[in-house]
Design a protein around this ligand. Structure first.
Ligand code: 5AD
Ligand code: SF4
Length: 436
């Protein structure tokens, strides 16, 4: 039997879809296929911004026809959007053809829900309030060789005022350091070359034995083998000198920090409940660049937060310059029902927010181009990930996440190659391989 999974949202979701595939394989769905040939279609949804939800709604609705034509086809919808208050009910009413609805806390239960659905006509709905089982026992079907994602913690306690994540993913829960290390060791033995440690807020990792994130990161980077380590996402309020020291000491750790700032204005940061100031953020970047001069910083920024003035928006622009940001994910504030910010007075008009976003994008893209251009003539290490058939080139990423393209007569996927950069274009580098 065949399966098809549609994933929305962040790397956490992408990795959870790999776990979903693992569960489906156990249930006899042994091949991935296009939706038309699938016996089960699973949607793994996101609700961080409104457009993520709209996409999912549209695509689920479009399956009505297929479901009618194909007897026995199962449709399951899970993840963050289903976990939102009232959404499972709404989905069930709007799309009565959905067979299974499951939340973020019971992914490990999906196999049992499939069994249950096979035995009954009614939609199976299971959206528990909190996580009862960790997902440690599931063997994921990894889809991103040579990269492997590893969860180190689940949930978030921060309640940034715009963010729905704490409501749909629950409180922070860290996995045991020993379990994480054995997962990393076996991935490295299997030949994975890049390990990405995942958590909503990795800096507040703490396991039962008291190990914190710098300790975990150092231990992961000390695993023997030829691989590199990344982590995301960090929160500026939990940033520490120990983290910088560990990044500096271990060669295997990418000299890249993704540190979401969200805004450059102290008043907006306080309304966002971010619990740091512009000055603290800039101080952290200064420390990082002093200790590790070739380190690069990327960030997330929200424009058009309720009551944001033109002046305050310009503080965000100047922070991008001062913090020497290499690139950023940039968003227009999207009110999420149930969060504090959604109920705030002073919501910003869409046209104003759009205009701010385009100015910000222009500035950040300029910075990105400027940084990439500096690599022309230099040699960078690229982990080859794939082949771009259209371009007829292999591609991979440097430690900062910049894409590098090159020609090669041989398949280099999974190899670290030294790329002599001859040309830069936006976030991409082009060049010749020195170690062919
Ligand atoms: N509106 C816009 N952007 C948001 N993010 C989180 N919640 C919202 C929202 N309601 C952004 C933040 C976060 C990233 C993952 O998504 O920038 O860092
Ligand atoms: Fe959301 Fe803030 Fe938690 Fe990030 S740290 S997931 S933005 S609440």
């Amino acid at each position: 039997m065949n399966y098809h999974i549609v994933t929305y949202g962040c790397q956490m979701n992408l990795h959870e879809s790999e776990k979903i595939a693992g569960i489906l394989r156990e249930k006899g769905y042994d091949r991935e296929s296009p939706p038309e040939d699938a016996d089960i279609i699973v949607f793994n949804t996101c609700c961080i911004r409104e457009n993520a939800e709209n996409h999912a709604f549209g695509n689920i609705g479009a399956l009505k026809q297929l479901k009618r034509q194909k007897k026995g086809l199962l449709i399951a919808v899970g993840g963050c959007m289903v976990q939102e208050e009232g959404k499972a009910k709404l989905l069930k009413e709007k799309f009565p053809f959905i067979d299974i609805l499951f939340g973020t806390h019971n992914l490990a239960e999906l196999g049992e829900l499939i069994e249950k659905k096979r035995a009954q006509r009614r939609t199976v709905v299971s959206v528990p309030e909190a996580r009862d089982r960790l997902e440690d026992g599931i063997v994921p079907v990894r889809t991103s060789y040579p990269n492997a994602w590893v969860n180190i913690m689940y949930g978030c306690n921060n309640f940034c005022s715009y963010c729905i994540v704490p409501y749909v993913r629950g409180r922070e829960k860290s996995r045991r350091m020993g379990d994480i290390l054995s997962e990393v060791r076996s991935l490295v033995e299997e030949g994975y070359k890049e390990i990405t440690l995942l958590g909503q807020n990795v800096n507040s990792y703490r396991d039962e034995s008291g190990a914190d994130f710098p300790a975990l990161l150092a231990a992961v980077a000390s695993v023997e083998g030829d691989f590199r380590v990344r982590f995301m996402t960090s929160h500026p309020k939990d940033f520490s000198a120990e983290l910088v020291a560990v990044m500096k000491k271990h060669k295997k750790i990418c000299k890249h920090l993704h540190l979401p700032v969200q805004s450059g204005s102290n008043r907006i940061l306080s309304l966002m409940n971010r619990r740091y100031t512009r000055e603290k953020y800039l101080g952290e970047i200064a420390l990082l660049k002093r200790e590790i001069p070739d380190c690069e910083v990327t960030t997330d920024i929200i424009v058009g937060f309720p009551t944001e003035t033109e002046e305050e928006f310009r503080e965000t622009l100047s922070l991008v310059e001062e913090a020497d940001i290499s690139s950023a994910f940039m968003f227009i504030f999207s009110p999420r029902t149930g969060t504090k910010a959604a109920a705030m007075e002073g919501q910003i008009e869409e046209s104003v927010a759009k205009e701010r976003l385009s100015r910000l994008i222009e500035l950040v893209n300029g910075k990105t181009r400027e940084k990439s251009a500096k690599y022309v003539g230099k040699t960078v290490e690229i982990l080859c990930e794939d082949r771009d058939e259209k371009k007829g080139l292999y591609l991979g990423r440097d430690e900062y996440g910049r894409m590098g393209y090159f020609e090669s007569p041989e398949n280099r996927v999974g190899d670290f190659v030294r790329l002599k950069v001859t040309r830069a274009n936006g976030i991409s580098l082009y060049g010749e391989v020195e170690n062919l």
